[in-house]
Design a protein around this ligand. Structure first.
Ligand code: DC
Length: 227
């Protein structure tokens, strides 16, 4: 029987981590865990209660009331409500970095993330997976791309999902989140010392997936082709 493995994919906002991670998970038969969706769902819960996301104390006070579920079919539930689409809206995207900077919220969500990776092999994407959540992950990838490319990809993705944004707003949001995510005190966005950096600025999705699979093969011996 195969040994359980964890693959951590970290990197800045809109670097295409979830697209690549999802495909890699499917090809390797592993469970995909989108930790960003968990911070987004928590942000939704904060906004829904009329709490100012910049108010740390009030935001953290609802930790015991917020139940987040990542379903196998990709849906995200927050206290039973399907929030899959709404957590991608600009209102959530523009506030999620505040919520993700609060230590108590991070600790609660990190507990859930570690629990998920305890029993099954996972591909987990986020900002602190290789450095903090799963420091012993067999494979650690730090996925980057230029701000311009990242914003362009997110803009197209938003259009496809029917989310109204201008390219300028997306660029501003990506820059703001990069800044807050990498400057927060607790578990900031940072490349783990033993992570392999993958720049996907000039790679297609398939090329990026191939590059990740090559790293997985080198590190674990697991082999599969995406063609
Ligand atoms: O990957 P994403 O854009 O959906 O993530 C949303 C926000 O959540 C992002 O701005 C930073 C935060 N985040 C985090 O701090 N740690 C993680 N492991 C995942 C996301």
């Amino acid at each position: 029987m195969d040994k359980r493995i964890s693959i951590a994919i970290d990197g800045p906002a809109a670097a295409g981590k979830s697209t690549i991670a999802k495909k890699v998970a499917k090809l390797l038969g592993l469970v995909y865990i989108d930790t960003g969706a968990m911070y987004r769902a928590f942000t939704y819960a904060v906004l829904k209660r009329g709490i100012d996301p910049e108010d740390e104390k009030a935001s953290c006070s609802i930790i015991p009331e917020v139940k987040i579920e990542l379903c196998e079919d990709g849906r995200v539930l927050c206290n039973g409500e399907d929030v899959t689409r709404v957590i991608r809206e600009p209102k959530v995207s523009g506030n999620v970095s505040y919520i993700a900077s609060y230590k108590d919220i991070r600790l609660a969500l990190v507990d859930m993330q570690r629990d998920m990776a305890k029993t099954v092999s996972v591909v987990m994407d986020g900002r602190d997976i290789g450095t903090y959540v799963l420091p012993d992950a067999e494979v650690k990838i730090f996925q980057i791309a230029s701000v311009g490319k990242r914003a362009e990809r997110r803009y197209i993705e938003n259009q496809e999902k029917g989310i109204e944004t201008s390219l300028e707003d997306v660029i501003a949001d990506v820059r703001k989140r990069d800044y807050i995510d990498s400057h927060r005190v607790f578990a900031p966005l940072k490349k783990a010392d033993d992570a392999i950096e993958l720049d996907t600025s000039d790679l297609t999705i398939d090329e990026s997936v191939e590059a990740v699979l090559k790293i997985v093969k080198e590190k674990t011996g697991r082999e599969v082709s995406c063609r």
